[in-house]
Design a binder for this molecule. Sequence first.
Ligand code: SAH
Ligand code: SF4
Ligand code: F3S
Length: 471
Amino acid sequence: MKRLFVKTWGCQMNVYDSQRMADVLAPMGYAPVDRPDDADMVILNTCHIREKATEKVFSELGRLRAAKQARQDAGKGDMMIAVAGCVAQAEGAEITARAPFVDLVFGPQTYHELPDMVATAARQGGLVNTDFPVEAKFDHLPDAAADPGVSAFLSVQEGCDKFCTFCVVPYTRGAEYSRPVDRIVEEARRLVARGAREITLLGQNVNAFHGDGPDGKAWGLGRLIYRLAEIEGLARIRYTTSHPRDMDDALIRAHGEVPQLMPFLHLPVQSGADRVLAAMNRKHTADHYRAIVDRLRDARPDLALSSDFIVGFPGETAADFAETLRLVTEIGFAQAYSFKYSARAGTPAAALDDPLSDAEKSDRLTALQQLLNEQQLAFNHAMVGRTIPVLFDRAGRKPGQIQGRSPWMQSVHVVAPARLCGSIETVRIDQALANSLSATLVLRDAVALAPDVPDAPARARAAHRAAAAGR
Ligand code: SAH
Ligand code: SF4
Ligand code: F3S
């Protein structure tokens, strides 16, 4: 057996890809280990989205160089070091120039060629492959791993044609590609047969999905979700990351009609100011976003929202930033990610004048995060005393505990036997913390007596509005 250590940064797509790389390498005798020190091969699956993400790769490479040397000195043989993912795609040969001890650099569209690449790199070293091959990688990857876990990822779409002016993804992942519906359904069935109860459909722009359907027509994500909901045993469906522009009628309808589709949606908006949205090339206004959220909430009143925000985009004024705060206050998010703008070489925004000081950007980020944190806490607090279904998927942090997710993605822990992992149980929420909920298991025979799942997000929203009005 050869030891394989994979370290993953970035989005869920990278998490999925890392699993697939391990699947591709398994027939070559590589088995995953959880430490790099004694590994025969180390793959860094990297993210290029912001400068900090990229820097991490080079500091990790510094550590690995020492580990590789130590292994050689101890006469234990070589440690092959590979850099995959979006930094590999964007920086390619620069990586081997800056870190010549790296054996292999390969981009996200080449993972199916891994066995060949590993063999070549072992012979000659220093292989760089950042091609976008004509054949689709997905058609050449083996089945997903034997144990997908209770909550599994499934890539349905990859790449992006949106070209937001700040973003590297269209360059690192390439053009949009959607997998055929039949293959997705087959993979979903296999995942469920191997124990998955929840599937999260992945794509850089997952709702731009337009895969070939069995009827020869292109299917949208909404239609795909209706199809997947027919799979027996698949209790929960989620998807990420979506773009406001691609939220079409069928998908919105699915939120109202498909009970397996969970009432939680990550829908990045980036900014609340139309000037900034235009400069970002997001192709929608703040009101367009509000209108979509209204339609989604009409379809599914208990829908909770999550989003991404960028503060300090070049040219963002104090008034623009105030518009972002206003949008957040109006909508009420259950959770969110927010970032300081990071200029990325090769993107159009990197050429824009950026007079705002870093201190000013930090202040805006702090203010936004404070508001978002308050909303998250209010959302979690509105759950206390409620009875909700939780899909348990792992051991808890404390002994005797298990942990799972609410329909709204909150992490919930209870004292309960580990055998309940993999099942959906009704719990009563006792306490809300900033990032999780603690709960008590409701006895199974009492489930039928439990009240309906409450409209907690609507209550949280009302709480935000009341708080905002009183400010
Ligand atoms: N496809 C998704 C997001 C992919 S990147 C979408 O369309 O929204 C994830 C998040 O990283 C983005 O939503 C954005 O908020 C952030 N991001 C991307 N590029 C960035 C940059 N140059 N600086 C700061 N944040 C960035
Ligand atoms: Fe990047 Fe925009 Fe594409 Fe999202 S939609 S991946 S932010 S270019
Ligand atoms: Fe990062 Fe690439 Fe994902 S840049 S966010 S790993 S698509």
